[in-house]
Design a protein around this ligand. Structure first.
Ligand SMILES: [Zn+2]
Length: 496
């Protein structure tokens, strides 16, 4: 699927997350809201109604053939799509079975993939005209990728320049797609948001051509508010109401404590996952949501007050530390923002999550294939090479002395240029280098010069190697002088 579907679509494609598109939409809308200068832009939010039920079977067949499926597999999918039958319930009685003439099966695991493939056809049409430069996309930053459209399953947002010709072109392509696929677009139900620098007269003409009303707020996408301005408590007011109404429908007195804890964890915490993973919610709101959960846990109501048996701080601790494992809304918001890694409210969310990431971030060496020994700062320059000094510091050994010369502490400096043995190697490679000021200077600077820059401590490059037989017995060796060059060139000679 990731090879067939363009990055503009994220739903049902493995490895892509829905919040990726939510973040792109938020950033684009933020740009539109703050746009200055002559370039103006607009976004058009479209919601395909009954998108699943309207897909034409011939169109589905064409799409899967286009996707590269062949022969019996195409027949199999065609058979699967067209052999569905339905019964309707009318006045509490089931009607006769009838077969539809279009649409894909609701609730079937294959249907989302077929639907996404069909929508890709529209994405292809748009990308095609974007490629030839007819569709003027929106760029969030000068170097950022141009955005023309994003899809959230059956919801799509188109971005383009605020001009009549652009909008007419968008409408033509939508009409073409609808004719091919059987989709129906009700323009009056959608809305258009123009950037703040769009001329009012142009905006009104666009709205007239599209037959969609102008708006200052595109509303929600996948249940998440596409925020245009500052995040306020009332932006997420609906979130509190949703949790309140859900909690009110359960009778907390009839449930055991374990049941109430499970409901809080499984339902009320999950209600707003999408919302809180793409934005930082106000602190007041997280405290309010925590309060609702707390009151539900102890059966506390407006009419009946109960004692909270355990402190909320303790309740929120993990189970292995004596708590009930209920998550605080603020912590959950930060953890989920860190997962989505969310100026705009989205970026404030990302920054909020990033703080948490930096606390828990560490290098996992694993097989070491991603570690650049000579170039990664932390390996050489931060003293992470396991010398005898390091071993003693970590309690892994008692003797910090150098096993080669037995006359000093074996640390990184000694290993590379302090030990008699090492000095011997340097002297053999290039006469006189060990007495030069660059050799004796600061270790970090010396390492950086040799590893990072094209500067030369000493210009001559010498390569060498040893030859062994199958039992690892030494057969012979060679040394070659390669003239002068940089440290990187020396590395290349070493490889050759
Ligand atoms: Zn030594």
């Amino acid at each position: 699927m990731p090879n067939l579907i363009s990055p503009n679509q994220v739903a049902f494609v493995p490895g892509r997350q829905i919040q990726d598109n939510i973040i792109v939409a938020q950033e684009d809308l933020h740009k539109l809201k703050t746009m200055k200068g002559k370039k103006d832009s607009m976004s058009w939010k479209i919601d395909l109604s009954k998108a699943y039920d309207r897909l034409q079977w011939n169109f589905i067949r064409d799409v899967i053939v286009e996707a590269g499926l062949k022969g019996s597999f195409v027949d199999l999918i065609k058979w699967y799509v067209s052999t569905v039958s339905y019964k309707a319930v009318l006045n509490k009685e089931a009607t006769e079975t009838f077969t539809p003439g279009c649409g894909i099966r609701q609730g079937d695991p294959l249907s989302p993939y077929l639907f996404v493939l069909c929508m890709e056809n529209l994405s292809y049409l748009i990308n095609h005209i974007v490629y030839f430069g007819y569709w003027k996309c929106v760029k969030v930053s000068r170097e950022g990728p141009p955005i023309s459209h994003i899809f959230f399953a059956d919801e799509l947002i188109l971005f383009g320049q605020s001009s009549i010709t652009q909008v007419e072109m968008m409408k033509d392509y939508l009409d073409t797609f609808c004719k091919l696929s059987g989709q129906q677009i009700r323009f009056a139900k959608y809305c258009i948001f123009c950037s703040c620098n769009t001329n009012e007269r142009v905006a009104k003409s666009i709205s007239k051509v599209c037959r969609s009303p102008l708006t200052k707020d595109l509303g929600k996408s996948l249940g998440v508010h596409l925020i245009h301005g500052r995040v306020r408590n009332r932006t997420y007011g609906a979130l509190v109401e949703k949790v309140q109404s859900r909690l009110a429908s359960w009778k907390s007195d009839t449930l055991s404590l374990a049941g109430r804890v499970t409901l809080i964890k499984a339902v009320t915490s999950a209600l707003h996952v999408y919302t809180i993973q793409s934005a930082k919610i106000p602190s007041n709101l997280s405290l309010n949501l925590d309060k609702l959960n707390r009151n539900f846990l102890w059966g506390h109501k407006d009419t009946k007050k109960t004692t909270h048996l355990i402190k909320w701080d303790t309740t929120c601790m993990p189970k292995n530390r004596g708590g009930l494992g209920i998550m605080r809304m603020k912590g959950m918001n930060q953890a989920l923002s860190a997962k989505g890694v969310v100026c705009s409210s989205t970026w404030r969310g990302i920054a909020f999550g990033a703080k948490l990431i930096s606390k828990g971030l560490k290098w996992r060496v694993g097989y070491g294939c991603q570690i650049l020994f000579w170039l990664d700062n932390w390996v050489l320059l931060h003293g992470k090479v396991l010398t005898n000094e390091q071993r003693c510091m970590r309690g892994m050994g008692l003797d910090a002395s150098c096993p080669r010369c037995l006359s000093g502490v074996e640390n990184i400096e000694h290993l590379l240029r302090g030990c008699k043995d090492s000095i011997g190697v340097w002297e053999d490679i290039s006469k006189g280098i060990t007495s030069s000021p660059t050799f004796l200077g600061n270790l970090d600077a010396w390492l950086t010069t040799n590893l990072r820059s094209n500067e030369l401590v000493n210009g001559s490059i010498t390569t060498g190697g040893v030859l062994c037989d199958h039992s690892k017995s030494w057969l012979g060796g060679f040394v070659l002088n390669r003239g002068s060059g940089s440290a990187i060139e020396a590395e290349f000679w070493g490889l050759l």
